[in-house]
Design a protein around this ligand. Structure first.
Ligand code: ADP
Ligand code: ZN
Ligand code: ZN
Length: 753
C-alpha cells in the first residue's frame, strides 16, 4: 500500500510545477487517491493548507524522517480543481504522458496570469487650458512626450486613452502621465473587471418553438437526468435539422436547475453566427473560449466560471477544462471532427475525456454528441445500446436533401475531356451563373501533396530533413509541410538538367485559374491555407461570399464546415476519392464524411440544391453511400471491414511511436519494445503485435520514426503494455541508456503515423 503522496499546495499560487511529498497516515490509506483534497502542514509554523494529491508512491525518494504527514481530508468537498486533477490522473493513465503534462493540459498556463488591471487616461482640464499647455510643450524640446499625449487626448476628448497605448505606441512614460494627473490636467481610471471577450450586441431575445421531434429529444434527456440516469446521447441529424436548438434548450433546462454546461464546437466552426445564437438566449451568462484569447482572457473565463459568473461556455476541446462548480451537461457538436483529438501528449480524445469528466463531477453529468456524420465509434456505441440514440430527419431550413450526380472522371478522359471539370459540372455551373445563384467548389486535398517533379527523368523534389516531397506554393517556392523547410522554386532539374520541371497541379490555385478560364466574367473567391493566413481573412472571405459578392467559392475542407450560405444551390466536389488513398484505416470514413458534409452545403433555404461528385472510383462504397446520404449502409459496410481487420471501434489500437536522430537507434529500440511486449504478454493471444516498422513518413525534421502497433479488444490490456513501455523507458534513462530515444503513445489514432 502506498504510504507517501505527492501533493500540490494551493494551486492559485503557482506551485503547480512543484509537488511536495507527505506521508499518508494509516487511517487515511483507503480514502486518499489522486485528486483528493487534503489538509497539510506547510511552511514556517506549519500553517494548515489545502492541497491536492496528484500521485501515490511507496518510495518517498528522500529521508523519511524529514517528511511531514498529511493532517486530514479537506472536508469542504471536491472542488472543481480536485475534479480536474483526478481527470489529469486518468488522462495520464489512459493515454500515456507525464503527470505534469497532463496537469498542464487541464490547468492551462493562463491560470497563473494575474488578472490584468486596465488603466485609462482621460482629459480632465478644460479644452482651452489643455490646448495652451500643448502649445507650450510643443515649443520645448524637453516636453515632447507631454505634447504627444496632450495631442492624442485632445483628438479623443470623450474616449480616454488606454494606458498600454500611451506607454506603448505613444512612448510616453508613466511618470509624465502622473505629473499631468497631479496637476489636474488628466485623470487616471483603473478598472479591474473580468473581461468578457465577446461584447453583448443585443439583448436576450425571441425563441423558436421546438418541433415535436426536437422537444422529444430535450424532454427525454432531461427526464433521464431527473431520474438520476447519466449517460451519453448521440443525436444524428443533417446540418440544418435543428440540433443547435436542441443543445440550447438542454442548456436552458440545466440553467433552470442551477447547473452549468460546456459546449464544444470545432474551432473552425466557431463563427459569429453560432455564437450569436447562444448570446440571444444566455446573454452575458455565456462565454466563449478560443485560441485567439490571450492567457489573461482565458484566466478570466475560468475565474468567472468558477465563481458562478456564467452558466455555459462554448469553445474547442480545451473548454472541457472549465472549472464549473456544478457541471450538468457536456455537448460535443460535430463530434466526428478529428480536431477533437489532441496531437500533443497526452493524446486525448475530447469525447472520451468528456465521458470521464461527466463521471467525476459531483452528481455526474450528461453528455450529448451531435453530428450529421457520426464517427464509427459513436455509431458503434449507439447501435450497441451504450449511448442513447436520436435522429433528426427533417430539415428546418432548406428543402430536402440535394440531388446528387456522379461524374466518372475516367469516362470524361475517354471522351476527350482533359479539364478538371466534368461536362456535367461545367453545364450546371453555367446555369447557376445565368440564374444569379452561387456555386461552391470543394477540392478534397487530403493526402495529396502538390509535389514538383522533373518530367524528363522523374526526379521528385524532396525535403532534405523529412521523407516527404515538397509542395509548390505561390511564387513558385517549395515548402515542406512537416518541418517548414523552404526553398526557391527550381528552374532546372538537379539530376538531369532538364528545364521541364513542373508542379503537380490539382490545388485550389490551379482550379481557380481553370474556372476563371472557363467562366470569364464570373466572380471567384478562393479559400485555402494560403488565402487565410492573416487574422480575420477567413471570416472576411466567408462574409463576402455570404453577401453575394462572388459567384463561385473554391476551397479545401475549410469551406465544408458548418456554414450556412443561403444563395448556394450547387456544390461541386472535385477529386472526391483523393482521400481514399491515404493508407490509413479511417480513409473510407473520412471520405464518406467529407462528401456528405460537402453535399450538405447545397440548397439550405428555399431553393433546392444539387451536388456533383467527381470521382475515379464511383463504385467505392464510401462514394456510393455518400451519394444517397445513407449512413446505415455505410456504417454496416465499413464496420465489416473494421471487424475483419481488427481496427477501432471493433478493437482498440495502440500505436507506440519511437523517435531517434539515429536511424539504427530508433529501429533497435522499437525491436526492444516489441520483445518487451512479447515477454509481458507471455503467450496471451488476446493482444496482437505488429511491427516494428518504419513510420509512413520515416523521418521528420531529421528525426527517424518507427512504430510498433498493438491491437486488443480490451483497452486496459493495451494500457498495461503502455505502462510497461514507460517503465522500460525510465529504467533506461536511469541507467543512462538510450538518452536520445523517446517514445509517444497514440490510442485509436486519428491519422497515419
Ligand atoms: P443544426 O444545428 O442541426 O445545423 P440548427 O439548429 O442550426 O441546425 O437549425 C437550422 C436552422 O433552422 C436555424 O436557422 C434555426 O434557427 C432554424 N430552426 C431550428 N429549429 C427550429 C424550429 N423548431 N422552428 C423554427 N426554426 C428552427
Ligand atoms: Zn530530371
Ligand atoms: Zn521537412
Amino acid at each position: 500500500m502506498a504510504s507517501y503522496a505527492d501533493v500540490i499546495i494551493d494551486i492559485d499560487h503557482e506551485r503547480v510545477d512543484r509537488p511536495f511529498t507527505y506521508s499518508v497516515p494509516d487511517r487515511l490509506q483507503r480514502v486518499i487517491e489522486p485528486g483528493t483534497a487534503v489538509v497539510v502542514p506547510f511552511g514556517k509554523g506549519d500553517a494548515r493548507k489545502t492541497a491536492y494529491v496528484i500521485g501515490l508512491k511507496d518510495d518517498p525518494g528522500m529521508e523519511p524522517d524529514r517528511i511531514k504527514a498529511i493532517s486530514g481530508i479537506d472536508e469542504s468537498g471536491t472542488s472543481a480543481d480536485g475534479v480536474l486533477i483526478k481527470l489529469a490522473w486518468w488522462m495520464k493513465h489512459s493515454y500515456g504522458s507525464t503527470m505534469i503534462a497532463a496537469l498542464k493540459t487541464v490547468l492551462p498556463a493562463g491560470k497563473r496570469v494575474k488578472p490584468q488591471v486596465r488603466k485609462k487616461v482621460w482629459l480632465r482640464a478644460g479644452r482651452d487650458e489643455a490646448v495652451a499647455m500643448w502649445r507650450e510643450a510643443l515649443a520645448k524640446k524637453s516636453q515632447q512626450s507631454r505634447a504627444r499625449i496632450l495631442e492624442e487626448l485632445l483628438k479623443n476628448p470623450d474616449m480616454g486613452l488606454p494606458m498600454e497605448l500611451i506607454t506603448g505606441k505613444l512612448a510616453v512614460s508613466a511618470s509624465v502621465v502622473k505629473t499631468l494627473a497631479d496637476r489636474g490636467i488628466v485623470r487616471i481610471e483603473s478598472s479591474n473587471t473580468l473581461r468578457n471577450p465577446v461584447a453583448l450586441k443585443h439583448a436576450p431575445g425571441e425563441q423558436v418553438e421546438l418541433s415535436r421531434e426536437q422537444s422529444d429529444i430535450v424532454e427525454s434527456i432531461i427526464a433521464d437526468y431527473e431520474s438520476g440516469i447519466r449517460k451519453t446521447y448521440l443525436i444524428r441529424g443533417v446540418t440544418g435539422s435543428g440540433k443547435t436548438e436542441v443543445y440550447i434548450n438542454c442548456v436552458r433546462k440545466m440553467q433552470e436547475r442551477g447547473l452549468q454546461s460546456i459546449v464544444l464546437i470545432p474551432e473552425i466552426a466557431l463563427t459569429w453566427q453560432t455564437l450569436m445564437r447562444f448570446y440571444t438566449y444566455f446573454g452575458d451568462r455565456v462565454s466563449v473560449m478560443n485560441s485567439t484569447l490571450s492567457a489573461g482572457e482565458k484566466y478570466d473565463q475560468f475565474k468567472r466560471a468558477k465563481e458562478g459568473g456564467i452558466d455555459v461556455i462554448i469553445g474547442p476541446r480545451s473548454a472541457l477544462f472549465t472549472p464549473f462548480p456544478r457541471l450538468g451537461l457536456i455537448i460535443i457538436d460535430e463530434e466526428h471532427e478529428s480536431s477533437y483529438k489532441s496531437e500533443n501528449m497526452p493524446r486525448y480524445h475530447a469525447r472520451e475525456v468528456a465521458e470521464q469528466l461527466a463521471k467525476l463531477v459531483p452528481d455526474g453529468a450528461s453528455v450529448i454528441l451531435g453530428s450529421a456524420t457520426p464517427s464509427m465509434e459513436s455509431m458503434y456505441l449507439a447501435k450497441s445500446g451504450v449511448y442513447g440514440a436520436f435522429t433528426l430527419d427533417s430539415r428546418h431550413a432548406g428543402s430536402g436533401l440535394p440531388d446528387a450526380t456522379v461524374a466518372d472522371m475516367r469516362q470524361e478522359l475517354r471522351a476527350g475531356n482533359r479539364s478538371p471539370f466534368s461536362r456535367v459540372l461545367k453545364e450546371k455551373i453555367a446555369k447557376r451563373l445565368a440564374a444569379g445563384e452561387q456555386t461552391m467548389l470543394f477540392i478534397n486535398r487530403r493526402g495529396l501533396a502538390g509535389f514538383m517533379s522533373c518530367r524528363a527523368c522523374g526526379h521528385v523534389f524532396c525535403c532534405p530533413h523529412c521523407d516527404v516531397s515538397l509542395s509548390q506554393h505561390s511564387g513558385g517556392r517549395l515548402i515542406c509541410h512537416y518541418c517548414g523547410y523552404e526553398e526557391p522554386g527550381p528552374k532546372v532539374c538537379p539530376e538531369c538538367g532538364s528545364s521541364y520541371v513542373k508542379g503537380f497541379k490539382a490545388g485550389t490555385e490551379a482550379m481557380e485559374k481553370h474556372a476563371a478560364m472557363l467562366f470569364p466574367g464570373a466572380r471567384i473567391l478562393r479559400m485555402d491555407a494560403d488565402t487565410t493566413r492573416t487574422k480575420g481573412s477567413y471570416e472576411s472571405i466567408l462574409e463576402a461570399f455570404s453577401n453575394g459578392e462572388a459567384d463561385i467559392l473554391i476551397g479545401t475542407q475549410m469551406i465544408v464546415k458548418g456554414h450556412d450560405f443561403p444563395g448556394v444551390t450547387l456544390v461541386g466536389i472535385l477529386a472526391a476519392d483523393m482521400s481514399l488513398n491515404t493508407g490509413d484505416y479511417r480513409a473510407a470514413e473520412r471520405t464518406w464524411e467529407l462528401l456528405v458534409q460537402a453535399a450538405g452545403r447545397a440548397g439550405r433555404r428555399d431553393k433546392p440544391g444539387e451536388v456533383v461528385i467527381q470521382t475515379y472510383q464511383p463504385e467505392h462504397y464510401a462514394v456510393r453511400h455518400a451519394m444517397t446520404q445513407d449512413t446505415e449502409s455505410f456504417y454496416e459496410e465499413e464496420m465489416g471491414y473494421r471487424r475483419l481487420a481488427g481496427y477501432p471501434p471493433a478493437s482498440h489500437l495502440l500505436s507506440v511511436q519511437i523517435f531517434d536522430r539515429d536511424e539504427r537507434g530508433a529501429e533497435e529500440y522499437a525491436g526492444k519494445l516489441k520483445d518487451l511486449f512479447e515477454t509481458e504478454l507471455a503467450g496471451d493471444r488476446s493482444v496482437s503485435i505488429m511491427g516494428p516498422a518504419p513510420a509512413m513518413i520515416g523521418r521528420i525534421a531529421d528525426m527517424y520514426r518507427y512504430g510498433v502497433y498493438l491491437k486488443a479488444a480490451d483497452r486496459e490490456a493495451l494500457v498495461r503494455l503502455k505502462d510497461a513501455a514507460e517503465r522500460q523507458m525510465s529504467a533506461d534513462r536511469d541507467a543512462g541508456r538510450n538518452l536520445k530515444t523517446f517514445i509517444q503513445f497514440d490510442f485509436d489514432p486519428m491519422r497515419g503515423f
